[in-house]
Design a protein around this ligand. Structure first.
Ligand SMILES: NC(=O)c1ccc[n+]([C@@H]2O[C@H](COP(=O)([O-])OP(=O)(O)OC[C@H]3O[C@@H](n4cnc5c(N)ncnc54)[C@H](OP(=O)(O)O)[C@@H]3O)[C@@H](O)[C@H]2O)c1
Length: 306
C-alpha cells in the first residue's frame, strides 16, 4: 500500500514543486488555499483555509497521512509585518495544530522554516545556534519551530535558505520567475548587496524534503546550497547564465529602503548536517541553476504544441 503524503501550500512555489517530484511510493494529497489547477490524475486535491480549524481537522482525519510536508505560510516579510494577526495565525497557529494532529495520528511532520530567523550578524549558522529574529515573519517562524518541538515527537524542522527555481504552478514566491520576465523585457532588476545567502534550488529542496518525509531523521536541519554570496552577485551570475547583460542588475541596500520590515544581512546556513544525513547532495549555485533550467526546458518540450 502507498504511503499518504499531505502537502500544504500547494499552488505556492515550493509545495507545487515538491508534490510534482514525489515518486510513485507516495499517494499525494495536495492542499491549496484557493483552487489549484488539477493537472495530475494521480493526485488528490483538497482546498481550504488552514486557519479554519474544524476544516483542518476534518481534512486531516479524512486523509490520515503517513507524512505531512507543511509549506503553507504567509512568507512575504513586509506583508507579515503589517498583517501580524493573520501572519501569526497561519505561520504559528496552524503549524501548532498540525504538530498536534501529527502527534495524535503518528504521522511524520516536515515543517518548512526559514534562514531568516537569525539576526544576520554572524552568518554560516549551524542548527544549534539560537534564533534571533529581527522582523515579525521571523518571529512567527521561531514560535512555530517551538510548537513543533513541543508538540510533535516525530518531526523535522527544515530551515530553508533562499529558494531558487521556477514554479510548477503560477508564479508563487519565485524571484527567478519574476527576474527572468523582467530581463526578457529589458527591465533592470535590483538586488540587495547587504543580504548574504546560500541559495538552494527548488528541485534539490524537493528531493531533500521528500527524503526527510521517508527517513527516520527527526530534529532541525539546514537545507541550503553550497555557494555563499550576496544577492547582487547572485543576480549577476543568474543574468549571465540566462544570457543577459549584468548591466541590467543593480545593487541596493535592503535596509535603507523606506517602509520595509528589517532584513537580516548574512543568514547563510552551514549545510554540513544535510550533507552527512541526506542522500540528496546539496548543490552549488551553478549546479542548482543548471538543474532548474534543464527541468524547465524538459517541461516546455513535453507540453503539446498548438
Ligand atoms: N521561497 C523561499 O525562498 C523560502 C525561503 C525560506 C523559507 N520558505 C518557507 O517555505 C514555505 C513555502 O514558501 P513559498 O516560497 O512556496 O511561498 P508561497 O509561494 O507564498 O506559498 C505559500 C502558500 O501557502 C498558502 N497559504 C497561505 N495562507 C494559507 C491558509 N490560511 N490556508 C491555506 N493555505 C495558505 C498560500 O496560498 P494563497 O497564496 O492562495 O493564499 C501559498 O500558496 C513557507 O513556509 C516559507 O516560509 C521559503
Amino acid at each position: 500500500m502507498k504511503k499518504r503524503l499531505l502537502i500544504t501550500g500547494y499552488g505556492g512555489f515550493v509545495a507545487g514543486s515538491v508534490a510534482w517530484q514525489a515518486d510513485s511510493s507516495w499517494e499525494v494529497h495536495a492542499l491549496s488555499h484557493t483552487r489549484a489547477s488539477e493537472q495530475r490524475d494521480d493526485f488528490r486535491y483538497w482546498q481550504g483555509d488552514l486557519c479554519n480549524t474544524a476544516l483542518l481537522h476534518k481534512t486531516f482525519w479524512e486523509i490520515r497521512p503517513s507524512a505531512v510536508i507543511h509549506a503553507a505560510a504567509r512568507a512575504d516579510i513586509d506583508y507579515c509585518q503589517s498583517h501580524q494577526e493573520e501572519a501569526a495565525r497561519i505561520n504559528t497557529g496552524v503549524t501548532q495544530e498540525l504538530a498536534q494532529l501529527c502527534n495524535d495520528s503518528g504521522a511524520k511532520l516536515i515543517f518548512c522554516s526559514t534562514d531568516s530567523l537569525f539576526d544576520g550578524q554572524a552568518g554560516r549558522y549551524r542548527e544549534n545556534t539560537e534564533p534571533s529574529p529581527i522582523n515579525f515573519y521571523a518571529e512567527t517562524k521561531v514560535h512555530a519551530e517551538q510548537a513543533v518541538q513541543q508538540y510533535a515527537a516525530n518531526a523535522v524542522t527544515a530551515r530553508l535558505s533562499l529558494v531558487l527555481g521556477l514554479p510548477v504552478l503560477g508564479t508563487g514566491n519565485s524571484f527567478l520567475a519574476k527576474m527572468s520576465t523582467a530581463l526578457k523585457s529589458g527591465k533592470n532588476v535590483c538586488f540587495p548587496e547587504n543580504e548574504i545567502r546560500t541559495p538552494i534550488d527548488v528541485i534539490t529542496l524537493g528531493q531533500a524534503l521528500l527524503e526527510l518525509a521517508a527517513n527516520d531523521f527527526t530534529g532541525i536541519i539546514h537545507l541550503a546550497g553550497s555557494t555563499r554570496l550576496n544577492r547582487y552577485d547572485m543576480g549577476c551570475r543568474i543574468a549571465e547564465r540566462l544570457g543577459y547583460s549584468t548591466d541590467l542588475i543593480t545593487g541596493t541596500n535592503s535596509n535603507v529602503m523606506q517602509g520595509r520590515a528589517p532584513r537580516p544581512n548574512d543568514v547563510s546556513l552551514n549545510n554540513e548536517k544535510a550533507g552527512a544525513i541526506l542522500d540528496t547532495p546539496m548543490k552549488t549555485l551553478r549546479e542548482g541553476l543548471d538543474q532548474v533550467l534543464k527541468a524547465k526546458e524538459k517541461q516546455d518540450n513535453e507540453q503539446p504544441r498548438n
